[in-house]
Design a protein around this ligand. Structure first.
Ligand code: ADP
Ligand code: MG
Length: 694
């Protein structure tokens, strides 16, 4: 077996490969583009394209694709082969700088939320040289941005890059105030822990709901779920272990630093975490990780479920977005320093994050919304829909001391007096990790735990970066003009802590008391996607995004529309799937069972036997069948009613009428399933599914 360090990144056209293949001048020009954003010259692009193609062909690639992230949340690709006729009946392999830099796709079927008129259905893809190209399935993948004819972004990468730029600009201003002139760039680092389920393919394929919706719409609670906590960190079974090894190998070849793997809380549930990296790369790599999880699972005869809530009554899956900012000189801005000076700088960036999360809690909530995540947030397994920050006792006490101008004591020692120049040195928080917090400070980074497992991490990071850029801008605006920097900073921090401390909560976020208290504190509690998404077009948020050049108002309106449309379309597919499962499988199975029972009752009566219990069974099955049948007709008329509604109204209608009706049907069906003879019930049970990978 080849050593990992030899195969790591072998399918990536990364720095090492480029340095090896590109003429030094071309490489230097490219780095200039990557680091400073200067446009690439066409001669340079041609030289890169030629070498990129040669490298890809040497790995067996026959095609190339501009890989982009439209607003569907998944990635899109259209494959073009390298071949061109050579005029003599043969072919040559060609790939020009133009092919590399810009693509044009007839993208009229991607959601644009009205941004692209039908007469101008073209979409353009533009190479993002900051994320490396790679080879997968005999194709060269070129990470790209996707925009419309007039330059409006139609994807998630473009605004993400803009938000990084906004944060970079403002963070550098603040760093300068602390006398840091050596840092040239501030970047965002993200490590996303990814949860998923593995189900045996043969079993999963018998469930139309899993195959079409990614989640079970029906299914009685299994006798044994996760209550014994025997799966979490448990030993990994052979089949799963083989899958994980294969996945690691493929991820490593594609340059993803897959690091940690373990069993999660629910049976059949697992997690993978990579080493953190720059957010643009981390976002692309997370998309690639999800794709590889699915394809590797299929190779192993399994289905990988990335849905946020595939099963009722067992934990759903999330994605923890670990977030921090660092300079090109290697300084983590969320790392408490050792000297008072470093600490003041740390406290400034920390406070900026706290202010931003409080001020834009609505946007953060909106950034993690989606039909799937609605089932998970607030279900006592994931943070509630209320955003709050966990800081730990030590930092909280410290901020209180700053706010009150009080002395701060640590381990019996007085370590702070008034004034920023004497801010304390303190150690990393030693308090127990709070696993219930949606946004937890974990020593030198924040962990945003509300992201759904199937979602791209782009949206939450766009919001985080822009919101924090905005508070940093406010700080810089205020401090740049100050005559006495230290006292101006103290005043600013005191003011900010006072204004935003309501967002700090170190207690149990799953408790009912917290929800009440959060309300008293005036925090948002947006329970569903339909409540949350309109935050994108709230005037203060439109201002925020335009101020930093991340989104125009038109782009936000279109995004809001697309998200609501995705929501009701998802529910619509679920509704149709459920109806279908009822009418073509469950209700006919009920009739069969009723027939058996009728025959049994008649025979018993002929023999002068009591058929009391059988009749009870018959009545129960019969009335449940009736209820389900009635509900199918009710769903039909609801769907008809919704069909003429406009987007927002329609999304609300699906949430308030169709979803509850589906839940109602589920209750009836799940009760019935637990009474039914196993061989007559048409679908694999929860036990069959959750314990299918042996
Ligand atoms: P856990 O949260 O499960 O205890 P860790 O804290 O070790 O695990 O790391 C979780 C994730 O956070 C990993 O992907 C890790 O690379 C990432 N991470 C660690 N440090 C940082 C940082 N400074 N910035 C961003 N992500 C980080
Ligand atoms: Mg974690």
């Amino acid at each position: 077996m080849t050593a990992i360090n030899e195969t790591f990144g072998c399918k990536v056209f990364g720095k090492k490969e480029m340095q090896k293949r590109l003429p030094p001048k071309v490489y230097a020009d490219l780095m200039h583009t990557v680091e400073e954003g200067v446009p690439l010259k066409s001669a340079t692009a041609n030289a890169i394209a030629e070498e990129m193609k040669n490298w890809a062909v040497s790995l067996g690639a026959t095609h190339y694709t501009h890989w982009f992230q439209p607003m569907t949340g998944i990635t899109a690709e259209k494959h073009e082969s390298f071949i061109e006729p050579d005029g003599e009946g043969g072919v040559i392999l060609k790939f020009s700088g133009k092919n590399l830099i810009k693509g044009e796709s007839d993208a009229s079927s991607f959601p644009s939320g009205g941004l692209r008129a039908t007469f101008e259905a073209r979409g353009y893809t533009a190479w993002d040289p900051t994320s490396y190209a790679f080879v997968k399935d005999d194709t060269l993948y070129i990470p790209t941005c996707f925009c419309s004819y007039d330059g409006s972004s139609l994807d998630k990468k473009t605004p993400l890059l803009k938000s990084c730029e906004a944060l970079n600009t403002q963070a550098l201003r603040v760093l300068k105030l602390f006398g840091n002139d050596s840092a040239k760039k501030v970047s965002v680092n993200v490590g996303s822990e990814q949860e998923y389920f593995l189900i045996d393919k043969k079993v999963a394929e018998k469930r139309p709901d899993l195959m079409l919706c990614g989640r079970t719409l029906l299914g009685a609670k299994p006798p044994k779920g996760q209550e014994m906590d025997d799966h979490y960190f448990g030993s990994i079974n052979h089949r799963v272990s083989e899958f994980m090894k294969d996945l690691d190998r493929q991820l490593w070849e594609h340059g993803v630093y897959a690091k940690t793997k373990h069993n999660e809380v629910a049976p059949g549930q697992h997690e993978l975490a990579p080493v953190y990296t720059e957010v643009n790369t981390a976002t692309d790599q997370n998309q690639l990780t999800m794709e590889l999880m699915k394809s590797v699972a299929a190779e192993h005869g399994m289905v990988c479920l990335l849905h946020e809530k595939p099963f009722n009554a067992v934990n759903g899956s999330g994605k923890h977005n670990n977030w921090s900012m660092s300079t090109d000189t290697g300084l983590n801005l969320l790392d408490p320093g050792k000297t008072p000076h470093e600490n003041a700088q740390f406290l400034t960036f920390l406070t900026a994050t706290i202010s931003a999360v409080d001020e834009y809690q609505d946007l953060l909530r909106a950034s993690v919304s989606g039909a799937g995540n609605d089932h998970r947030l607030g279900a006592n397994e994931a943070p509630p829909a209320v955003i709050s920050i966990f800081l730990g006792d030590e930092l909280t006490t410290l901020l209180e001391a700053i706010e009150n101008g009080a002395e701060y004591h640590s381990e019996g020692r007085k370590v702070m007096e008034l004034g920023v120049h004497t801010l304390p040195t303190f150690k990393r928080d030693t308090t127990d990790r709070n696993r219930t917090s949606p946004f937890a400070f974990t020593g030198n980074k924040f962990e945003f735990r509300m992201v759904g497992s199937s979602a791209s991490v782009a949206s939450p990071n766009i919001v985080l970066n822009t919101a924090i850029a905005d508070t940093l801008k406010r700080y810089a605006d205020e401090l740049e003009g100050a005559t006495d920097f230290n006292s101006a900073l103290t005043d600013l921090l005191v003011k900010e802590i006072k204004a935003h401390k309501r967002i700090i909560f170190n207690g149990n976020n799953y408790s009912a008391e917290w929800i009440k208290e959060a309300e008293a504190r005036g925090l948002n509690n947006m329970k569903t996607t339909v409540d949350a998404v309109p935050a994108y077009v709230a005037p203060k948020n439109v201002d925020l995004f335009s101020r930093h050049g991340v989104f125009s108002k038109a782009e936000l309106v279109s995004r809001c529309d697309i998200l609501l449309e995705n929501y009701y379309k998802t529910l619509n597919i679920e509704c149709l799937t459920l109806k279908n499962m009822l009418t073509t499988n469950i209700i006919p199975a009920c009739f069969r069972f009723e027939k058996d029972l009728c025959e049994l009752i008649l025979t018993k009566k002929q023999l002068d036997h009591s058929a009391r219990r059988e009749k009870w069974y018959l009545d129960t099955v019969s009335s449940s069948t009736g209820k389900m049948l009635d509900s199918v007709f009710e769903l039909d008329s609801m769907l008809a009613e919704a069909s003429t509604m406009l987007t927002y109204e329609k999304a609300k209608y699906y949430r308030d009428n169709i979803l509850p009706k589906m839940e109602e049907i589920r209750l009836v069906s799940d009760n019935l399933e637990s009474l039914f003879p196993k061989d007559l019930w048409p679908f694999p049970s929860y036990t069959d599914l959750l314990y299918s990978v042996k």
